[in-house]
Write a protein that binds this ligand. Structure first.
Ligand code: 5AD
Ligand code: SF4
Length: 434
């Protein structure tokens, strides 16, 4: 039995895709890269912007033919768009076997069990059994990279950014207990992970009880840093509000923590940040990043930015460009505002014409690309430490992708001399002799 998993959207969605695969793997399925070779497809959808949702819906449409070829095949549609549109998806695409929304992921192994019954259970002896702590609590192989694993530490979001549909489709914040997180991380390291990325919608708001005490995210970083064999620790996506001096101190004091912080700013206009309900202003972003850079001089910052939010003027947009110039992110993810039904901002007029959104996006991208290029070029000539994820391809600690001609086995941290740049990547040669 063969399984094909497709995940649209963020790293959370990719990690969820791995969890969604696991009850099927427990039934004896093995992963395949091609849908045509698969008996089952898990399609993990995203709804954060209309474009992401449309991509998933169009793929469901195209999979009708795949399903028609063999009605025994199983098509599972999961994730954020499934949460938002569940009954509509079931009606519009009746050949979908199972629609499971993002809020049900903890319950998903039971749902699959009930829906599939004895189907595909010929290999039941390989079933490992569900450990009762939520999907993903146990070690699972089949990660995106053999030496880099995700550990989801919280789900949902308690913020209410006016443009964002995530709180509606993922619900309130739920934190996984400290022991569960540490146990999963240790198990993944024992299975070969050298790098762990802690995941959550606002990952650094995580907290949990440890006996009578509350443990907060900075302490979690330090506890994770104590895991033997864990060489690299990353986390996605932090909320600026919880980037505190304690968190910065924990990053500095935990050698495994990579010198990289993703800090979504969304806009540089304080007027818009208020309407977006982001709970910070541009001065706070600059202050926090200045503290971080003082404490961790080699850190690289990346960000998310939305252009064309309702009522955005040319002046608001110039403020965004200003903030980007001062923040100097080495990497940026930029988006045109997309109204999402049910969010607060969807009630405001989407009054920035698409041509203006497009023009601002292009100007912003030109600036962001320039900053990325500068950061890449500054590394030429340096020797960097890279976790070799695929034999000649990996990432530097500060988050740059790099490729080099290499024959050694993947999974080691190796020294690579940067000899040039490509589009958004570094090119290197092995420097292992020195
Ligand atoms: N329109 C455009 N971009 C959005 N994002 C979230 N919601 C929207 C929206 N409605 C972006 C934000 C967020 C990233 C994951 O997606 O920049 O940080
Ligand atoms: Fe959405 Fe804001 Fe929550 Fe991020 S913090 S998931 S942008 S509501």
């Amino acid at each position: 039995m063969r399984l094909h998993v497709v995940s649209f959207g963020c790293q959370m969605s990719v990690a969820d895709g791995e969890e969604l695969a696991s009850p099927l793997k427990d039934r004896g399925f093995t992963a395949v890269a091609e849908p045509d070779a698969a008996n089952a497809i898990v399609l993990n959808t995203c709804t954060v912007r209309q474009h992401a949702e449309d991509k998933a819906l169009s793929l469901i449409g195209r999979l009708r033919e795949w399903k028609d070829k063999d009605p025994e095949r199983v098509l599972i549609v999961a994730g954020c768009a499934a949460e938002r549109l569940g009954p509509w998806i079931q009606k519009r695409f009746p050949y979908v076997d199972l629609v499971v929304g993002a809020k049900s992921i903890e319950d998903y192994p039971r749902i699959v069990e009930e829906a599939l019954g004895a189907r595909f259970d010929a290999l039941a002896e390989t079933r490992q059994g569900f450990d009762g702590q939520g999907a993903g609590a146990g070690p699972r192989t089949g990660w995106a990279s053999p030496c880099s694993a995700f550990v989801t530490i919280m789900r949902g979001c308690n913020y209410s950014c006016s443009y964002c549909i995530v709180p509606a489709v993922r619900g309130r914040e739920l934190y996984r207990p400290l022991d569960t997180v540490l146990a999963e991380a240790r198990a993944k390291v024992a299975l070969g992970a050298k790098e762990i990325t802690l995941l959550g919608q606002t990952v650094n708001s995580w907290h949990a009880a440890d006996g009578q005490r509350q443990v907060f995210f900075p302490e979690l970083l330090m506890r994770m840093g104590g895991i033997d064999g864990l060489e690299r620790l990353r986390f996605e996506s932090p909320h600026p509000h919880y980037v505190t001096d304690d968190m910065i101190a924990a990053m500095v004091g935990t050698p495994a923590v990579c010198g990289q912080l993703h800090l979504p700013i969304q806009s540089g206009s304080d007027r818009l940040l208020k309407i977006m309900r982001r709970s910070y202003d541009s001065a706070e972003i600059l202050d926090k990043t200045a503290r971080l850079r003082r404490a961790m001089p080699h850190v690289e910052v990346s960000t998310d930015i939305i252009v064309g939010f309702p009522s955005e003027t040319e002046e608001d947009f110039e403020r965004t460009l200003d903030l980007v110039r001062r923040l100097r992110p080495s990497w940026s993810y930029t988006f045109k505002y997309s109204p999402r039904e049910g969010t607060e901002s969807a009630k405001m007029a989407d009054d920035v014409p698409d041509a203006a959104k497009e023009e601002r996006l292009q100007r912003l991208n030109a600036l962001c690309d320039e900053l990325t290029e500068e950061a890449l070029s500054a590394r030429v000539g340096r020797v960097v430490e890279v976790l070799d994820e695929q034999g000649g391809f990996g990432r530097t600690g500060d988050g740059f992708k790099i490729s080099w001609p290499e024959t050694g086995p993947a999974g080691r941290v190796v020294k690579v001399r940067v000899i040039g740049t490509g589009r958004r990547v570094l090119k290197g040669e092995s420097d292992e002799r020195t």
